[in-house]
Design a protein around this ligand. Structure first.
Ligand SMILES: Cc1cc2nc3c(=O)[nH]c(=O)nc-3n(C[C@H](O)[C@H](O)[C@H](O)COP(=O)(O)OP(=O)(O)OC[C@H]3O[C@@H](n4cnc5c(N)ncnc54)[C@H](O)[C@@H]3O)c2cc1C
Length: 451
């Protein structure tokens, strides 16, 4: 039997809104909260209060979310409450309506309503639910460097294969490049098209369900003699670890142009991100530099937000996935500069022009902003020299080991797979973890890691 349990007209004070007058001050909101429970399953089958979802618990859950922080949008607040309600026992769906009182002239209230089903989010968590550790437990013998798709998948597989793994990543957010994928990814098998954030939340929940743990820290050196030796910078200082096996999934970071004005105008016209507060780009002239996925995706985000975008890339055709190239070619607010090399950024207090070389001729592109998305570099500076190829990637052999080591493995984009993809990183991580766990099983007497 399905039951709907609701609390209506719950009035709370909330920090909510985007306008200046809404900052640092509370306003009254009214909530309607409803959870759908499946009474055919324990614990709700028993007729006793402590085994069901009672009204106070629903209201307290909402209170704790509302009181936790400032929310810009009522939708975000409603979603956060609904996600938290879905964690109550036997809850299969949650409906949350948030109404801001007296905010629209002539109306009692205005707001938003969301409905979430457990099947939508059963596998999603929010970041503060990820277990973190600040010291290393001695029962962990597989150390994973990097908390992107490959690293998180590796932790899931290690758990499945009977090993506990620790993921070290500077954070604060895990997910790696997924954090930069703002449009839906249409190519993940048997999944609806999800944005990087949506997919990341599912992956993180799977990681948490698989007893995954995050050690916030950056690896500064890694080598291997009889056993791997890893040096980390953690918030408390530096530590050296000797895991029994090491799996490197440290992925890629953004490449810079290294031209005049790039550092000077960063934050003064050169944008860090095009996906935050996109309304500010309406009618602005933005030069986007690069021909890969990230450049084209950002050009589309900016153009959709009303910007006039000039997309500059070095080759005759962009190298991005066809879905991006087609959308860019059809977009009325994007013009392209092919075979174009950026020479520098000019302006006074703020960026005003991008200097380019257009097939041998110098030209200026007047602009209000610029975004550089010209590819990625492997995060491998910490790795032993002999593991790296000329481009800095860590190529692996058939057993997913790097260099001559039998205890050091690598997976994901850091291996230089040619075509970077979520599925490729995850698949490779699964295979590499299997190889690492076989190694661990065969060396079960290896020393535990020492802090
Ligand atoms: C804009 C964009 C769109 C994309 N679209 C698609 C798509 O549609 N479909 C698709 O399949 N793929 C897509 N991709 C590619 C896909 O996102 C990546 O291939 C995949 O996420 C790579 O995962 P990874 O774990 O190998 O590496 P990364 O995601 O790069 O993760 C590496 C992790 O290692 C950590 N790290 C780095 N250095 C250190 C260190 N010294 N110590 C500790 N940790 C460290 C980083 O913090 C990071 O969390 C897209 C990528 C981008 C940027």
């Amino acid at each position: 039997m399905i039951s709907r349990i609701f609390v209506s007209g719950l009035e709370l004070s909330a920090y909510l809104g985007v306008y200046p007058h809404e900052q640092g001050t509370t306003q009254t909101i009214e909530l309607y909260l409803e959870v759908e429970t499946d009474d055919s399953q324990p614990p709700n089958g028993a007729d006793c209060l402590d085994r069901t979802v009672d009204y106070d618990r629903i209201a307290d859950t909402a209170r704790s979310v509302v009181g936790a922080r400032h929310f810009k949008l009522v939708e975000t607040l409603a979603e956060s409450i609904a996600r938290r309600l879905l964690q109550l026992p036997a809850t299969i769906a949650a409906r949350v309506r948030v109404e801001k009182l007296d905010c629209v002239g002539g109306a009692r209230s205005a707001g938003a309503e969301v409905v979430f089903h457990r099947t939508d989010v059963f596998c999603e968590v929010i970041d503060d639910e990820i277990p973190t550790v600040d010291t290393l437990s001695t029962d962990r013998s597989l150390l994973i460097i990097g908390g992107g798709v490959a690293g998180l998948t590796a932790a899931i597989w290690a758990h499945r294969l009977g090993h506990r793994a620790l993921v070290v990543d500077p954070g604060p957010l895990l997910g790696g490049q997924l954090l930069a994928v703002h449009r839906s990814m249409p190519d993940i098998p048997a999944m609806p098209p999800l944005t990087g954030q949506q997919y990341r939340r599912r992956l993180l929940a799977h990681f948490v369900r698989s007893a995954g743990q995050h050690l916030p820290g950056r690896v500064i050196s890694a080598r291997c003699d009889s056993q791997p030796l890893v040096e980390l910078e953690v918030p408390a200082g530096r530590v050296a670890l000797r895991p029994s096996a090491l799996l490197i999934c440290s992925g890629l970071r953004r490449r810079q142009l290294r031209v005049a004005g790039e550092q000077e105008f960063f934050g003064r016209g050169i944008l860090a991100s095009a996906s935050v507060d996109t309304f500010r780009f309406k009618d602005r002239r933005i030069v986007v530099i690069g021909g890969g996925d990230a450049a084209l995706e950002n050009a589309l985000i900016l153009a959709d937000a009303g910007a006039k975008v000039t997309l500059c890339y070095r080759r005759a055709e962009p190298s991005a996935r066809p879905q991006f190239a087609t959308a860019v070619a059809q977009h009325p607010r994007i013009t392209t500069e092919a075979c174009c090399r950026v020479l520098g950024f000019d302006g006074a207090a703020e960026l005003e022009r991008v200097r380019i070389d257009r097939q041998g001729e110098q030209a200026m592109l007047a602009c209000d902003g610029a975004l550089v998305r010209i590819g990625w570099l492997p995060n491998s500076e910490f790795a032993c020299e002999s593991w790296r190829d000329a481009g800095g990637f860590l190529p692996v052999g058939p057993g997913f080991t790097v260099g001559n080591s039998t205890a050091v493995f690598a997976a994901g984009d850091i291996t230089g797979p040619g075509y970077m993809s979520v599925v490729g990183s995850a698949g490779m991580a699964a295979s590499a973890t299997r190889a690492a766990c076989r190694y661990l099983d065969a060396h079960a007497t290896a020393e535990p890691p020492t802090p």
